[in-house]
Design a protein around this ligand. Structure first.
Ligand code: CO
Ligand code: CO
Length: 486
């Protein structure tokens, strides 16, 4: 596509978004309401709401301000996090799936479900059901986007032998589909919060709270797979605000929302880029299209270096004009997609963003996170300060000898709550471990915990990212995390 076509394409896309947004305006405005002192007593007096799968009660609109809390408690049923997730009680809660995302560049609206697909939408438009409440029957779980293998692998779609092999992956598929539906529902909610002026830490806490509610987060069986990334502008990855960080999302920011859900350790790693200003459209498009091209090129026996070449070609076909200067868009050459294993977000193989002579082949049954980064800077990221992402070294076990008391206690705590999943300091605090800073430093120095510092391109540059999780099934590729939005 040349640039004129591209501009037309973007304009058309925007026009259709505008039309859709006029059709239905259901945006929820999150309101910061002061916490009434009486919340505790209200909660205790109210019996748990019975499960009502089919009936959607509209909230009581006649309520005056002083009874709003009651309405909320009623409406977020069985939700241990209702103190943290608040919604505007004037919003009508319906079974509709439609959501206007026209405030976000290149992120599509969520469409209404039609009669043929309604069986796969069981959530309300402000989430009030956990995934388990929606899908007691695994056969009803939404299936990811199915893509046949290219020329070399097309025979697999009809091979009896390969069809039989599919049965071996039932457990993986169910867990990944559950994890993906959680990811979609959580990010759909998160997209309503992403407006200029929101404090990133508030955004992360809300997303994480909703994630706990929808996944029924419990111990290390289900929940969040790694911290909520919201890396800004030249920072490409691994930034989440630590306590006290008051960074606010700005109209001119380019923000990568990269979070992970997991069900029994099966991880969905998926990311999108938030921009409000249309000047970044080509940058976002470069990454979005490159990720789609990478997914299309992925396949059993494909070489990792060749996937990188496809990604590079797409990204380099774009340029962007910022402040009257035209920049060539570059892939970030030291960031990669990756395989995933249960409880391990990086499974060992890397999918480069540029052509390489890596002859390693993709294999049947592997899970991949295909992610691409497009940059207006050098296309090379360096580690920066303000660390927020950490992960236990998978080779450090519970029996690892640690002499000092506090680091020993922290190590056990990390092992218990996060195992080999990545975590951030906010979560250590949230789970009640105080004065951990020195101990964490100790564990990092001893290589028992590894820090993953923010990774940034040069100052003043902008980086966009899109990412999806897929499995190389015996007969086809299943891209679990695809939604209407991206
Ligand atoms: Co990611
Ligand atoms: Co990833």
């Amino acid at each position: 596509m040349d640039i004129d076509d591209l501009v037309n394409f973007i304009n058309e896309d925007t026009d259709s978004k505008k039309k859709k947004s006029k059709k239905k305006k259901q945006q929820q405005q999150q309101q910061e309401q002061p916490q009434p002192q009486t919340e505790e007593t209200n909660k205790e007096q109210q019996p748990p709401q019975p499960k009502q799968e089919d009936t959607i009660k509209p909230p009581n609109k006649t309520n005056t301000n002083n009874t709003t809390t009651n309405t909320q408690s009623e409406w977020i049923r069985d939700n241990p996090y209702k103190d943290l997730i608040k919604y505007d009680s004037s919003i009508e809660i319906t079974s509709s799936r439609f959501q206007d995302n026209s405030h976000l560049r290149l992120i599509n609206n969520w469409n209404e479900v039609n009669e043929t697909t309604s069986s796969s939408w069981k959530q309300t438009n402000y989430p009030t059901y956990s995934l388990d409440e929606q899908y007691s029957n695994n056969n009803e779980l939404p299936i990811g986007s199915i893509i046949e293998y290219g020329e070399k692998g097309i025979w697999r779609s009809t091979s009896l032998e390969k069809k039989q092999l599919e049965n071996d992956y039932t457990k993986q598929l169910i867990n990944m589909r559950k994890s993906a539906e959680c990811h979609r529902q959580i990010r759909k909610y998160a997209q309503t919060l992403l407006k200029p002026g929101i404090k990133l830490i508030d955004f992360c806490v809300k997303l994480e709270t909703m994630l706990k509610f929808i996944t029924n987060a419990e111990g290390t069986n289900y929940g969040q797979a790694f911290p909520t990334g919201c890396s800004l502008n030249n920072v490409a990855a691994h930034y989440t605000p630590n306590t006290g960080d008051n960074t606010v999302l700005d109209y001119n920011d380019v923000c990568k929302i990269d979070f992970g859900t997991h069900i029994n350790g099966y991880i969905i790693d998926s990311a999108f880029t938030v921009a409000f200003n249309p000047i970044y459209d080509n940058l976002l498009m470069a990454s979005k299209e490159a990720t789609n091209a990478g997914i299309k090129a992925a396949g059993i026996d494909m070489r990792l270096g060749d996937i990188g070449a496809v990604i590079q070609e797409v990204i380099e076909s774009y340029e962007i004009e910022l402040n009257g200067k035209v920049h060539k868009i570059k892939p970030v050459k030291n960031l990669c997609g990756h395989t995933m294993l249960p409880y391990r977000v990086h499974g060992g193989k890397s999918v480069p963003n540029v052509k390489s002579d890596d002859m390693t082949k993709m294999e049947e049954g592997e899970m991949y996170a295909i992610e691409t980064f497009a940059s207006t800077g050098k296309g090379f990221v360096k580690e920066t300060k303000n660390w927020s992402h950490y992960m236990k070294n998978p080779f450090a076990t519970r029996n690892t000898k640690i002499k000092s008391e506090q680091p020993k206690a922290l190590f056990r705590f990390i092992d218990k709550h996060f195992t080999t999943l990545a975590f951030c300091p906010r979560w250590i605090e949230e789970k009640g471990f105080n004065n951990y800073a020195k101990a964490l430093k100790y564990l990092c120095n001893a290589d028992l915990v590894e820090p993953y510092p923010p990774l940034a391109d040069v100052e003043g540059s902008y980086v966009a990212q899109f990412e999806h999780s897929l499995m190389l099934r015996p007969t086809c590729k299943e891209v679990f995390s695809v939604g209407d939005d991206y």
